[in-house]
Design a protein around this ligand. Sequence first.
Ligand code: 4NP
Length: 163
Amino acid sequence: MKMISVAFVCLGNICRSPMAELIFKKLVEERGLSSSFNISSFGTSDCEEGNSVYPPAKRALDRHNIPGEHIAKQISKRDILNNDYILVMDTNNLFDVLSIAGNSCSEKIFKLRAFTGDNSDIADPWYTLNFEKSYKEIEEGCIKFLEYLLKEKKEAFAYDKRH
Ligand code: 4NP
């Protein structure tokens, strides 16, 4: 069974996209679907490469009992080619990913909030300082994206034996 590869992308890969990666990993784990997924996150920039999750973002994850860590990494064209879904946080990320992809792969690049029926940006908490608001928006996007996959791509799932 082919795994579904999902990469979350923001600018620095220390706030929004690692939050999305770790939230989505927990959601699929809770549903017994971990073996169906390859889940990662990247930045469009290399400005934070090698750094851990930004402490206020990590604290938001801790408050919501989301485990895990992440080390920041810039996305490459190969990463874009290798993933089935590239889920970005805002319109700048969308244009930056398209530029790295050489304007290919547009069919697999979505803003995370598109799955909530609202294609707006997830504000960057690096600037807003509102990590809880970003957390909630990311969580909602992740839940709706998983609902979309379960409805539209049902055949792709290998349920774990315990479910
Ligand atoms: P993120 O937030 O894209 O959600 O990880 C940012 C992190 C770092 C910077 C900008 C945004 N920065 O300019 O270093």
